[in-house]
Design a protein. Sequence first.
Length: 85
Amino acid sequence: MPAVEIYTRSWCGYCHAAKRLLTSKGVTFTEYDVEKAPDRLREMLERANGRRTVPQVFIGGRHVGGSDDLHALDRAGKLDPMLAA
């Protein structure tokens, strides 16, 4: 399973939804809280091509977007193959 990383804020409902989806699929992920670690915010901005909203999700180093994007991949049947790669 490729490494999954998610940039979050503790109070973000979309972050919680994305983490719930990943957890429901048995995915172990690394979470970076950008409130607690401002250097991670700068890192996220670079990796996500300037996208400032959280969450920002990366699978195998590839940027897949935010919670809506992650859920759309799942509905389209594309998330499981990405996680299995």
